[in-house]
Every structure is written in C-alpha cells, then in structure tokens.
Ligand binder design. Structure first.
Ligand SMILES: [Zn+2]
Length: 160
C-alpha cells in the first residue's frame, strides 16, 4: 500500500481545504508537499495573470470598445459592394440566360409531292369508308341501316 497521497487527493487539496488525514500527511511528508507545490505554483501564476488581465483599468476597456466599434462601423459601411454585387450581377445574367426562349425545333415543311400523296391517302381512305358503309350489311344490322336511312332522309328534307 502506497503511504503517500494519491493524485486525486493532491488535486483535491488544491481547490478545497484538505481533510484531517490529508492535511496531516502534507505537513509531515515533504515529498507530497513538493508534489502538490509543483502543480500549485503554475496554477497560482495562471490565476494571477488572468486576474491582472481582468483588472485592467477603465481606460483600457473603453479604448478596446472604441476600437471594436470603429471596426464594426468600417465593415458595415463597406457592406454590400464586392462579393454581394458580383453575386447580384451573376444572378441577373443567369436569369436572362434562363428566360431566353429556346429555339423551337425545326420541323421540315412537307414538300409538294408529300402533301399530294397525303391528300391521295386521305381520299383513298374516304372512298374505302364509303364503300364499307354502302356495302351489304349483315342481317343483324339491318334495323340499323333502316334507322340510318331514315335519319339521312330526315336530314335531307330539313336542309331543303
Ligand atoms: Zn507523502
């Protein structure tokens, strides 16, 4: 068993009043006292430095405040130019590019012979339909032809 103080006990003795046994060992053991002082001395120096920094006079802090305020003012007066303007210009250019109507795909105009051929095909189809309509219909559809005949006749007499 280690008779000296543990690292935890040494650290604890730095920020709180050591308990009776720890305090007693520290007073009697030079090794543990030296160990504790090795940690305590730099900590105390650090504490003193930060307290000195924090305890600067009002003149230092008002000068610091004025310097920060002047830098903020300088930045906000620069503000928009530079990057922001170049971004705005970039967005406008992009918008114009996107809004430009796309060229419609060129559809070749039908040549004269093609249009004649398509008219011929239409006429041929019309003739075929007429043939089908006028051809003999099955007996089952005979009433329908009668109906169609009557409808045609009615339409003809009305148009006269
Ligand atoms: Zn000891």
């Amino acid at each position: 068993m280690n008779p000296h103080l543990s690292e935890f006990e040494l650290n604890a003795s730095l920020w709180e009043e050591p308990s009776g046994s720890v305090a007693g060992h520290l007073t009697s053991c030079a090794d543990c006292r030296r160990e504790r002082d090795l940690i305590a001395a730099p900590l105390a120096a650090f504490r003193d430095d930060s307290q000195q920094l924090a305890a600067r006079d009002e003149f230092f802090w008002s000068a610091q405040r004025a310097r920060i305020e002047s830098q903020i003012a300088a930045r906000s007066s620069q503000g928009i130019p530079g990057l922001a303007w170049s971004m705005v210009v970039g967005l406008i250019v992009l918008g114009v590019f996107l809004l430009k109507p796309a060229k419609p795909p060129a559809v070749p105009a039908p040549t004269y012979s093609q249009s004649i051929r398509s008219q011929d095909q239409d006429f041929a189809l019309l003739v075929e339909v007429e043939h089908t309509v006028n051809s003999q219909v099955p007996d089952a559809l005979a009433p329908a032809t009668l109906l169609a005949y009557e409808m045609n006749r009615t339409a003809l007499t009305k148009s006269k």
